[in-house]
Ligand binder design. Structure first.
Ligand code: PMP
Length: 429
């Protein structure tokens, strides 16, 4: 079925480690070779095997307006004529920064970088510089990019010093990352009681999307805001996935909580490499050249990426697609849940805005250990059944899926019908 992709994967492995430029693309957890994409338009991906897929991966989040949106294409084409990168200031980067500052109450000053990883690394360095403290608290199952200090899992128990989850991350770095279970109020309280005066910052995905979607319990984000205030630690909202996802703003906008630092990526680059960290003037003024915390970048604020970002944000603002996106997502999720019930398939879901994960377990997960209870075999069969039917879901149980404004009612209907066929097969198996 995927002969051309298979050939290309063999060729890729000769020149690219593992044949991929990011691990989840290898499809390891679903047991097939990766599908090579030739091009994409709107809600659809087209593979080198000339197969079409309804795409729910959305490049892991940036393409909220679908692939190759015409307005963005035209803006980018025009920008290309003017040169690709200058290593100098541009009006466009000011225009994009202004849009973000005007939207996020917590952000007075911004700094653009090229990836979420870079933004997180810079924000944590800044938090340490500002507070003159060394430790950082993160939550198990939250992903904040592959900066060394964030590649840290839990040791034994909920509240402990981290141990590296990647070879090459040295203990001396890992020990400065403290770990708690997501949504565990008591563990956070305890860790602050024990180590509060050493904690520079708490970093959190305000809705977790990297262990699949997991929602914060009521009051959890406000609790993090209160306890960080109490101990003079900074609160960092990593809104790389949630930024401009469920409203023109972030989860902080919807929840009315002001973190000290905010990280954005994905949507703000419209599919090009762009991310940002920002916060209030007091904190951000410590960043070079204003202050002593160094951070720089050859391609930072790249003019092409910035134009794609501006075009994306302006379309989101002008068309306000958020209610429709949410409605479409709810139709897809609730009807699929109903079918799972009919066919006795253990399924739960977590979703927000246009972002969702199906978990093959009875109960909605609220943290990482609960996510791990989901049935990997059923997930794999679901994924492969969808691929066979031309529908491309995230190739891991621990990822979010995304709807874009390009997905039609018909696409959703096709997906629901495919889910019914798969559930029936699973029940009969
Ligand atoms: N933070 C979050 C919440 C993310 O989802 C990701 C990437 N999926 C990152 C940080 C890292 O971003 P990047 O892949 O651009 O380095």
């Amino acid at each position: 079925m995927f002969d051309e992709s298979k050939k290309l994967f063999e060729e890729a492995k000769k020149y690219i480690v593992g044949g991929v430029n990011s691990p989840v693309r290898a499809f390891k957890s679903v047991g097939i070779d990766p599908i090579f994409i030739k091009n994409a338009k709107g809600a659809y991906l087209y593979s080198e095997d000339d197969r079409q897929f309804i795409d729910y991966v959305s490049s892991f989040g940036p393409n909220i307006l679908g692939h190759a949106n015409n307005t963005i294409v035209n803006k980018v084409k025009a920008a290309l004529e003017n040169g690709f990168t200058y290593g100098a200031c541009t009006k466009a980067e000011v225009d994009l920064a202004k849009r973000i500052v005007e939207t996020f109450d917590s952000v007075e000053l911004t700094r653009f970088v090229n990836s979420g990883t870079e933004a997180v690394m810079s924000a944590i360095r800044l938090a340490r510089g500002f507070t003159q403290r060394e430790n950082c608290l993160k939550f198990k199952g939250c992903y904040h990019g592959h900066y060394d200090g964030m590649l840290v899992g839990a040791g034994s128990g909920a509240a402990t010093f981290g141990v590296p989850t990647s070879k090459g991350v040295i203990e001396d770095i890992a020990k400065h990352t403290l770990i708690c279970e997501y949504n565990d109020f008591d563990a956070v309280k305890k860790i602050f009681q024990d180590y509060g005066h050493t904690i520079a910052c708490v970093i959190v995905e305000p809705i977790a999307a990297n262990m699949g979607v997991v929602l914060p319990k009521p009051g959890f984000l406000q609790f993090l805001r209160d306890i960080t205030y109490q101990y003079n630690s900074l609160l960092i909202f990593d809104e790389v996935i949630t930024g401009f996802r469920a409203c023109y703003g972030g989860i902080q906008t919807l929840e009315n909580i002001k973190p000290d630092l905010t990280i954005l990526g994905k949507i703000i680059g419209g599919g090009f490499p762009l991310a940002m960290y920002g916060g209030n003037r007091d904190i951000m003024s410590l960043v070079s050249p204003e202050g002593p915390v160094y951070q720089a970048g050859t391609l930072s604020g790249n003019p092409i990426a910035v134009q794609a970002g501006i075009a994306t944000l302006d379309m989101l603002k002008n068309t306000n697609p958020y209610n429709q996106l949410k409605l479409n997502t709810q139709i897809l999720v609730s009807r699929t849940m109903g079918l799972a019930n009919t066919y006795d398939i253990p399924l739960s879901e977590n979703s927000f805005g246009s972002c969702f994960t199906f978990f093959f377990t009875e109960n909605k997960p609220t943290n990482y250990p609960e996510v791990l209870k989901s049935n990997e075999r059923l997930f794999k069969n679901f994924f492969l059944g969808m691929i066979k039917r031309g529908i491309y879901f995230a190739p891991s149980q621990f990822e979010a899926n995304f709807l874009s404004t390009a997905h039609t009612k018909k696409d959703i209907e096709i997906t629901i019908n495919a889910a019914e066929e798969i559930f029936k097969e699973l029940k009969d198996a």
